[in-house]
Design a protein around this ligand. Sequence first.
Ligand code: MN3
Length: 239
Amino acid sequence: MWTRRDILRWGVVGAVGAGIGPWSRAVCQQAQASGFTLPKLPYAYDALEPIIDAETMMIHHTRHHQAYIDNLNKALAEAAPEWLTRDITDIVRHYSQLPEKIRTTVRNNGGGHLNHSWFWLMMAKPRSTAPKGELLKALESSFGSLDGFKKEFLAAALGRFGSGWAWLVVGKEKPLAITSTPNQDNPITDGQTVLLGCDVWEHAYYLKYRNARGKYVEAWFDVINWDDVAERFAKASKQ
Ligand code: MN3
């Protein structure tokens, strides 16, 4: 879920969010009757250069992410308008309760909206953060080392045939685990807790890396926002 810091960082507590209760309700910058809106990036389009080029970021944000939002709003407005004011994480957890005729559309586009909203926060300027403390310990006990984590995460990213995401989640036997999903599915639909996700759709890397997904993911490790991961991990550890 969104933290107070995310909200402040994104500047989304505007006229709609102010003064109506708990912080989760501030996300109702999105929960308006007209539907969800594109969140601002917490950095400039060129902030992740040279790992991710500004053009890729701009197209990814203003075209791809916007398209998921538009399609989500359209489907909900047509068949389940009362869902337009629900939190996006709540929607992604409860696809099964949607009218069947829009279920797949909402799964693809609502998932797309949530995944990208998180993805932008999960990245930061190259090598500006590093795992430390409890998170580093958890990475080491789960994967042997930070390199062990990277190796396993890369394998999940490369092993995902077609389009999808690689994820770091809270583990069942070990503190952390790696998984992947197809399309715009998100592990929270299956009750898992997400700490980090990497978009491995070609639109995320094709301009710069062409078809070389492995080279993209290896470079992407340098733009992981480990502070965001640590925040999610600390929150999950308290639950
Ligand atoms: Mn994408």
